[in-house]
Design a protein around this ligand. Structure first.
Ligand code: AGP
Length: 607
């Protein structure tokens, strides 16, 4: 969603802010702007489109005297992505400027009230009401802290916001509720941002703000307070170990390609300290206090939902726990029956997906324990779960999620083995074999990825004319069929549909013709004969087929693509990168914006 950065320090603020916004571009945006105080005046510069447009505007002015300011990249939620709706937004007297990520749900009611008092609005955004409301409280004689507290008390919805005000040059105020905001603590300088990479080159010392907290920063100090009472709040400063390179492309053409090739390391990092192969044990101290669940409800969105769907197969097979997987936006609005002993596993790479967080809150209201399976340390999901199971995949920058899913499958495997042991459902030998298989995957994948990429490149070019694809899979490979289709859709803009292979004859087979290729997942497992006959039905109707299979599968289709097998469903770890690379090579060949596909955001923090 929107990118936010604020700076107070000894450097020229505008270049620092622009550099920070560049590092937040992956969040998806359609306009940008900055605000800073200079020579006693508040300057606001905004532009539609990419940051280059904003930089051109700024190039026309002298912007180097300011040593504090705010910057924003906007992903439109209210109001068209045009300059007047770009952030920052100011009050009528241009006494202050605000940037915001989130949705003010009662903005229209507040706007009507302010307009009735003569307030003139310049935009169609919800955010602008924050600027006018804050100024109205200050006009009543309140200092900015109290005025901001009153403003936050009045608004409903979600926000991560930062304010710069003429009354206090060199000072920024910020607050958060349900949208991410972190404080970067430097030497003689301090930062505020929606995500850590924005200021990582300057400091690794980070303070995570919680919902309901407000913060004041200047060049030399920072102070966190309760937004309602303004009482001081003690906060820990945490040291981030990521280096800047980890958040850069590292020599790959796109973040997505880099992150696909990081998957061997991701599996290893996610397992680190959590596996004892000899004992056939997954060591998950996070779960020690949690009784064995009677039932599991996995709640997630998008790719994380597909990971959860795969998890259902291994959790029921290995752990013997009844498992249900729910799309979070459906779960949050239906009336789920949660019983004592039920556990909800919320899966989210960003830990900020609004629908998933809403599902978590509903689950907790109904008394269920929540395991947050997420990648971002200190994210909202991490803080709102009873137990946090970090996937430790490092920053995932590309909008299309790849290594995050790999880490989620790893974590779900460890969870299944853990519960399989606790519940006595999985024999020690099977647990040893499974964990041994998992431990071998990084090496196998490392060796296989370059060849996979070459094959994916050839197949993508051969099918680049296709306007629609069918992805088929059975059992634990049905979720991969869904994921392969999603990847192709979201970065190459080619329509694709994932389907359970056994469902072909219930309708989709009517679509088959030479212009509608099928991408089939056909691992050589107990369901292979079934998939093979499905593919014969497709072939009989002239459908072209790419079949991702294992050696010894004896398939006779247009393109047989063999990848190594692993322990049972773990073969998914070797098929998933092939699907990702096929979509990547197709999108790259078609010249698409691979890392920032149109209309998409890295983290959907609004519903
Ligand atoms: C996946 O490639 C998409 N970017 C999207 O479906 C994503 O998986 C979904 O929005 C969930 O995000 P989360 O894992 O951060 O909750």
């Amino acid at each position: 969603m929107c990118g936010i950065i604020g700076y107070c320090g000894h450097r020229p603020a505008v270049p620092v802010i622009l550099e920070g916004l560049r590092r937040l571009e992956y969040r998806g945006y359609d306009s940008a702007g900055v605000a800073f105080l200079q020579q006693g005046a508040l300057h606001v510069v905004r532009a539609e489109g990419k940051l280059a447009n904003l930089e051109r505007r700024l190039g026309e002015q002298n912007v180097f005297l300011a040593t504090s300011g705010i910057g924003h990249t906007r992903w439109a939620t209210h109001g068209l992505p045009v300059e007047k709706n770009a952030h920052p937004h100011t009050d009528a007297a241009r006494r202050l400027a605000v940037i915001h990520n989130g949705i003010i749900e009662n903005f229209q009611e507040i706007k009507n009230g302010l307009q009735a008092c003569g307030c003139v609005f310049a935009s169609d955004t919800d955010t602008e009401v924050l600027a006018h409301l804050l100024a109205s409280f200050m006009d009543q004689g309140l200092g900015i802290e109290k005025a901001l507290s009153r403003t936050l008390d009045r608004v409903e919805g979600t926000y991560a916001l930062v304010v710069v005000c003429l009354d206090e040059p060199g000072v920024l105020y910020a607050a958060r509720k349900s949208s991410p905001l972190v404080l970067g603590v430097g030497v003689g300088e301090n930062f505020l941002a929606s995500d850590i990479p924005a200021f990582l080159p300057y400091t690794r010392d980070v303070v995570f703000l919680e919902d309901g907290e407000m913060v004041r920063i200047d060049a030399a100090s920072w102070r966190v307070m309760d937004a309602a009472t303004l009482a001081p709040v003690d906060k820990d400063v945490r040291r981030i170990t990521w280096d800047v390179a980890a958040a850069q492309k590292g020599g790959y053409k796109h973040f997505m390609l880099k992150e696909i090739f990081e998957q061997p390391k991701v599996i290893a990092d996610c397992m680190a300290g959590r596996v004892d192969v000899a004992a056939g044990r997954a060591i998950l101290p996070e779960l020690a206090a949690l009784p064995r669940p009677e039932r599991l409800f996995i709640v997630a969105c998008g790719t994380s939902f597909h990971a959860g769907l795969w998890g259902m197969y291994v959790l029921e097979r290995w752990a013997g726990v009844p498992t249900r997987v729910e799309i979070a936006s459906e779960f949050r609005y239906r009336d789920p029956i949660l019983l004592p002993g039920d556990v909800v596993v919320a899966i989210s790479q960003s830990g900020e997906t609004a629908d998933t967080l809403a599902g978590v809150r509903l689950a907790r209201e109904r008394g269920a324990k929540v395991i947050g399976l997420c990648n971002v340390v200190g994210s909202s999901l991490a803080r709102e779960s009873d137990v946090v199971f970090y996937t430790q995949a490092g920053p995932e920058i590309s909008v299309a999620s790849t290594k995050a899913m790999c880490s989620q499958l790893t974590a779900l495997t460890l969870l299944a083995v853990h519960l399989g042991e606790v519940g006595g459902r999985m024999s020690r030998q099977d647990r040893m074999d499974c964990l041994h298989g998992l431990c071998r995957l990084p090496g196998i994948l490392e060796a296989e990825l370059p060849g996979m990429r070459e094959r994916a490149c050839l197949l993508a070019k051969a099918h680049s004319e296709a306007t629609s694809f069918l992805y088929l899979g059975r059992g634990p490979y049905y979720p991969l069929a869904l994921e392969g289709a999603l990847k192709l859709k979201e970065i190459s803009y080619i329509h694709a549909e994932g389907y359970a292979a056994g469902e072909m004859k219930h309708g989709p087979i009517a679509l088959i013709d030479p212009r509608f290729p099928t991408f089939a997942l056909a691992p050589v497992d107990e369901l292979f004969p079934k998939v093979k006959s499905n593919l014969e039905e497709v072939q009989a109707r002239g459908g072209r087929i790419i079949a991702l299979t294992n050696p010894g599968g004896d398939l006779r289709v247009d393109d047989v693509w063999e990848v190594p097998r692993s322990f049972g469903p773990l073969s998914a770890f070797l098929m998933l990168p092939a699907l990702q690379l096929f979509a990547y090579e197709m999108a790259d060949y078609l010249g698409k914006d691979v890392d920032q596909p149109r209309n998409l955001a890295k983290s959907v923090t609004v519903e």
